[in-house]
Design a protein around this ligand. Structure first.
Ligand code: GLY
Length: 354
């Protein structure tokens, strides 16, 4: 059993250690441990991060990472993953990866065996097969049931707007409304939908034994997304960002909104300009919530000294996991969020509910 330390309002100074592994949500405990074990066995930051995220992709982190969750409108689970290497400022990522389970492993092959940064869709699958990965279905009885329930419920909720038939009532196929005829502007905001669904990412930041900083993500995106939708997680600077000169950051939450603000990049740049990790994460979140106060998400920032800070919005609190030499097992820290909906106060814990 992991020993849990829940610290409300934790400030960045609590952890200042290297090497270090940090992961999003309580479900990252096992992944953080896996990454840490590999670090202690001499693995570098990239391999440690791949180990941590791969652990999650094997079905160990609930239904929002890896196979068997978040079916899209066609019923298929697809995967997004990213590795940002802060030593080389190089990126490997996959978006909308189909029929391959180890998305972060494929991202590592994009990083190490191509001059590209992101491969997407069926072509990413073909690449993965060339690299030796197995092609297999990502559906399970659970994801199929999710999809059938959604279809039988008139495809509610969904992510369409300004189309015919009315997407708040009916399934597609849809056609665009004539511009003069638009009836639905913001039928429902992304966040209003998202808060009831699950689309949480494993995000990790690792500082390895040589002080190299690596950040990355893995997710199956957003439940009932329109087929082909790519979120923030595989986008460099949005899902994760790292620079050995400064630190690293990763993000989780409402990716359609968050990627518009490249919050991981912003958090690292705020640290470059002298902010603490906590202040940097606060700024990255505030920049989004200024425009989208109901967006649900979180950012973790780690500076090159191994200090950690986090911030979040539209939840009660955001739990994340940390492992350093100071501890015998990964610790859970929790930070309170901004713009917590009144109805959540006192009864909703993001880490457990999601
Ligand atoms: N943050 C995960 C997603 O929205 O795809």
């Amino acid at each position: 059993m992991y020993r849990l330390i829940i610290l409300f309002g934790l400030i960045n100074a609590t952890f200042a250690a290297k090497p270090i592994v940090v992961g999003t949500w309580v479900f990252s405990l096992g992944g953080t441990q896996s990454a840490w074990n590999d670090l202690k066995n001499g693995a570098d930051g990239v391999d440690s991060l791949v180990s941590g995220c791969s652990y999650c992709e094997q079905g160990n982190c609930g239904l929002t990472v890896g196979f068997g969750g978040s079916p899209d409108e066609s019923g298929e689970t697809t995967l997004d993953a990213l590795i940002y290497d802060g030593k080389t400022m190089d990126v490997g990522a996959v978006a909308d990866l189909r029929r391959v389970k180890n998305a972060v492993g494929v991202a590592k092959h994009v990083l190490q065996h191509t001059k590209h940064s992101i491969l997407a869709g069926d072509q990413a699958t073909e690449f993965a097969k060339q690299m030796g990965f197995t092609e297999e279905s990502l559906s399970t009885n659970v994801s199929t049931d999710m999809w059938e329930t959604w279809r039988n419920g008139n495809c509610q909720p969904n992510y369409w707007k300004n189309v015919d038939p009315d997407p708040t009532q009916y399934c597609g196929p849809y056609t665009p409304l004539n511009r003069n005829n638009i009836r639905f502007h913001n039928i429902v905001s992304d966040s209003e939908i998202d808060i009831h669904l699950t689309h949480d990412t494993i995000g990790m930041v690792v500082i390895d034994n040589d002080d190299n900083i690596v950040a990355g993500t893995s997710t199956n995106g957003l439940r009932h997304k329109i087929a082909g939708r790519v979120g923030d997680s595989p986008i460099a600077g949005s899902g994760a960002y790292a620079d050995n000169e400064v630190g690293g950051a990763c993000a989780t939450g409402d990716g359609d909104t968050m990627l518009r603000f490249v919050p991981s990049f912003l958090a690292v740049e705020e640290m470059r300009n002298g902010k603490t990790p906590k202040e940097a994460a606060d700024e990255a979140i505030a920049r989004i919530s200024k425009h989208y106060p109901n967006f649900s998400g979180a950012v973790i920032a780690v500076n090159k000294n191994g200090e950690v800070g986090a911030a979040c919005n539209y939840m009660v609190e955001f739990p994340y996991t940390v492992m350093t030499d100071d501890y015998s097992e990964p610790q859970i820290l929790t930070v309170p969020c901004t713009n917590t909906p009144r109805e959540f106060k006192g009864k909703y814990c993001a880490g457990n509910a999601k």
